[in-house]
Design a protein around this ligand. Sequence first.
Ligand SMILES: Nc1nc2c(c(=O)[nH]1)N[C@H]1C(S)=C(S)[C@@H](COP(=O)(O)OP(=O)(O)OC[C@H]3O[C@@H](n4cnc5c(=O)[nH]c(N)nc54)[C@H](O)[C@@H]3O)O[C@H]1N2
Ligand SMILES: Nc1nc2c(c(=O)[nH]1)N[C@H]1C(S)=C(S)[C@@H](COP(=O)(O)OP(=O)(O)OC[C@H]3O[C@@H](n4cnc5c(=O)[nH]c(N)nc54)[C@H](O)[C@@H]3O)O[C@H]1N2
Ligand code: SF4
Ligand SMILES: [Mo]
Length: 749
Amino acid sequence: MGQTDKDIKIVNTGCCHDCGGRCVLKAHVKDGQVIRIESDTGEDPQIRACMRGRAYRQRLYSPDRLQTPLKRIGEKGEGKFKPISWEEALTEIAAKMHQVKATHGNASILMVASGGNQGMLHGALPVGAMLQGFGGFTRSWGIASYEGAMYASMATYGTIRTGNSREDLLNSKLVIMWGWNPAVTIWDPGTSLMMSRIREKGIRIVAIDPRYSDSAATFADQWIPIRPGTDSAMLIAMAYVILDEQLQDQAFIDLHTVGLDKYKDYLFGKEDGVHKTPQWAETITGVSADVIATLAREYASSKPAALIAGWSPARASFGEQYSRAANVLTAITGNVGVNGGYASGFMRAYSSRETNHKRVIAGKDSEKARSTGNPVEDGAPPRQYALHKLFGGTNPNSARIHNAKVFDAILRGKEGGYPADIKMAYIVASNCLNQHPNTRRGAKALKALEFMVVHEQFMTPTAKFADIVLPVNTFMERNDIAPPWLGSPYYIYLNKAVDSLHASKSDLDICRELSTKLDISPGMFQFAEDDILQGITASRDDIPDYEAMKRDGVVKIKLKEPIVSFKEQIEDPENNVFPTLSGKIEIYCEHLAEMNDPKVPPIPKYMPHEESHDAALSKSYPLQLITSHDKKRAHSTWHNVPWCHDIEPHSVWLNSLDATNRGIVDQGSVDVFNDRGRLRIPAKVTERIMPGVVDIRQGAWYAPDEEGVDHGGCANVLTKDEPSPGGAHPMNSALVQIEPTPEGAGRKK
Ligand SMILES: Nc1nc2c(c(=O)[nH]1)N[C@H]1C(S)=C(S)[C@@H](COP(=O)(O)OP(=O)(O)OC[C@H]3O[C@@H](n4cnc5c(=O)[nH]c(N)nc54)[C@H](O)[C@@H]3O)O[C@H]1N2
Ligand SMILES: Nc1nc2c(c(=O)[nH]1)N[C@H]1C(S)=C(S)[C@@H](COP(=O)(O)OP(=O)(O)OC[C@H]3O[C@@H](n4cnc5c(=O)[nH]c(N)nc54)[C@H](O)[C@@H]3O)O[C@H]1N2
Ligand code: SF4
Ligand SMILES: [Mo]
């Protein structure tokens, strides 16, 4: 009102929580306040924000933002704190850290760092640098997102760079979205637009998912519901049909792969007497044999075809097997390295760091873990099952604790077989209590710590257990650079739009100040924010003009042609090898064979586990829980933003058959439970999920009552904390039961 445009400054910035995106935001700033947010209005491809980015003012200016450092005065988890000064907070943290180090050693300090912020600088980086300077720390390994998919990608292709540019999908004759829901999970901005164009072009799209997801509903011609955790059986049966009917690309197999014979021994019953036919898979997957055989024929004969095997079915017990089976299927049909095909795998496309596959060839004879620069890890032998012979292979050494086991490690320490007795946790950009599996065990573990520090923007369920909580600013209040989430060719420069709110500070500045109290050499902390950002990007020749990036807030890299991973290996195999031990695509992985463990077989297999749909436990807990990602949040972030909350109330999805059997009505209150815990939320009775399966979108905040029943609907109250040998997290492998609460039975809430 009465304001002119000249009062408003437009700051080119971006959004970079861990949401599957990283988008351009333009913050309209007046009198030091963001009054409006718009997104990319520039040249194509536009990197447009979703509603969460556009709603960011409600997160930035939330009345719940942490304002000052806080010291706990109530019980752990109770949420009672008193404000203290920065000086008091940092002095107390430093004193406690010196004491823990002197008494128990550096290995007793655990850093729990996650991807709450996805910029290159803020978040975990400065905390890791500080703790390293302090003599080292214990850290965790195992990325919840993709550890299973990454393991399989490394085993099959020796690299994570296996994706094609999205626009190359327009060259496909068939696109299979396997456990992939980009209409919600973004998987780089522009993916949904591309999927719409693919559909518009008349290319057939098939979705394989226990849920009729938004992507299945929006893009797919066919939806194939499948029992969670059984995808490898369907993929294996598809390979059976293709080989049985001679539909494979034999020339491709001969030239570019190793080990098909050993896979055939498994498929055709030589190994265990069982033929892996579509009928065999039908009883496991719940997908009819006809549908499996038809899709197999269609995939093998519609060349080129793109099988996009998402990470979610691999976020499960033996999840690696699903990804391996998908990768192998793409190879035996010759869909690797060709336009319109897709190698599946980890699916990174663009990366300035890995432009030449030859650069990542394994140090074949390396038996030793690479040094990580963290003194606590020096000399630690390689982790059992690590693909340590492959550069970039998952976690290098045995001094680290798997993320899913962090709580168990705190509780059981060295006696429980873990590398250290943990006394203190330093938690940054992570809501681990909520986001790691087995939340109630997590609560016990966090209570057992001697000391806990959390850097946060909000009083999360995790922060409630801290001794000291330090208020951190958001990406609107500092400068950072964000690379794309998966591998589209661009970078975003997030210019600071407004000054830090309240008394909050950046993770970098907190560590800078704390370092002086820890008496450590200044290292990176002697440099200003912008100098560090320039340093981080200096070696990237795809950012030729740092100042221009900063001015524009974005660099869109123009590629001569769409990326097709492994094109060189396929077109000129003489001069280009795959970065695996054999130099070829490994259907049979020699490196896995060396492990000589049936749980990590050298060829992909279907393997049931103790929470499979037909396990003994299914007698008491007959429903399979999946915990998919929610459109209104990035994990637990945006949970408390009203505009996002309005999109869809939190609920458990279940099929009307399962609801009717149990007297559950739509929106009625239900308890979902197993031996690990119990939560109480409304039911969404829907045909969009197959019978026998329930879905609780992960990320809602844990809110237990006095009996320990969670009223927040945090899915991890129910998930198990036993990872796969390759490191896959088991978040989609829990059996549960569901019942109406007295007030929810037979009537609407
Ligand atoms: N809106 C939103 N987007 C996000 C995120 C977010 O929190 N919110 N998080 C981001 C991050 S960090 C990650 S790692 C990615 C994760 O991306 P994904 O792992 O792809 O996401 P999910 O929602 O877990 O799963 C995708 C689909 O797989 C289905 N599914 C689950 N289990 C199975 C199974 O056993 N078999 C089959 N065939 N399908 C199954 C689910 O129903 C879902 O529709 O998403 C990113 N994008
Ligand atoms: N059951 C189940 N659980 C899951 C998953 C699943 O599919 N099912 N998915 C898993 C996946 S893929 C992932 S990636 C993880 C994510 O797990 P987390 O990374 O722990 O979850 P987020 O909510 O993304 O972020 C954590 C916190 O970072 C804070 N934060 C944001 N920016 C900053 C910052 O600049 N500095 C600091 N210090 N803090 C900041 C946010 O306020 C938020 O509380 O969850 C995993 N958990
Ligand atoms: S939440 Fe993700 S997809 Fe949405 S605007 Fe932010 S970065 Fe983009
Ligand atoms: Mo993730």
